[in-house]
Write a protein of this length. Structure first.
Length: 134
């Protein structure tokens, strides 16, 4: 019997790739690929001053993300020092909402990435709102 090869999660070889890989997995509904894009102790800041462990949000990713609008990302700036990078990126979620009306949600994220011992870049702090909320 021939064994079917399972697709491997694509990882970022440079900071610029990370959000592209995230968007592809997110838009495909491949929520099993998302944990590999984050450092084990990563934080997410959905509300200013209220960081939560990414692991907590990823545990329920399939349920919480299934109704999300598709995302496109555009990396604006990357500043790298050694194994740490600050990534500034514009994003847009766009598509029909639950009521069928067209929705567009956009923002600028400010994320901190780290390069692991394996050479791949992962998100350590995910801050989708960047500095847009006080």
């Amino acid at each position: 019997m021939t064994e079917i090869a399972q697709p491997e999660t694509r990882l970022a070889r440079n900071p610029e790739e990370l959000l592209e890989i995230f968007a592809v997995a997110f838009n495909a509904g491949d929520y099993t690929a998302l944990p590999g894009l984050f450092a084990p102790d990563a934080l997410q800041v959905m509300q200013p001053g209220q960081p939560i462990p990414v692991a907590a949000t990823l545990d329920n990713a399939a349920q919480s993300l299934e109704h999300r609008l598709p995302i496109t990302v555009n990396v604006r700036h990357v500043y790298t020092v050694g194994d740490i990078a600050l990534l500034i990126a514009d994003y847009v979620h766009e598509g029909p909402g639950p009521d069928g009306e067209q929705l567009r949600i956009e923002g600028t994220a400010a994320d901190i990435l780290v390069r692991g011992a394996d050479g791949y870049w992962r998100c350590l702090i995910s801050n989708p709102a960047g500095t847009t909320r006080a």
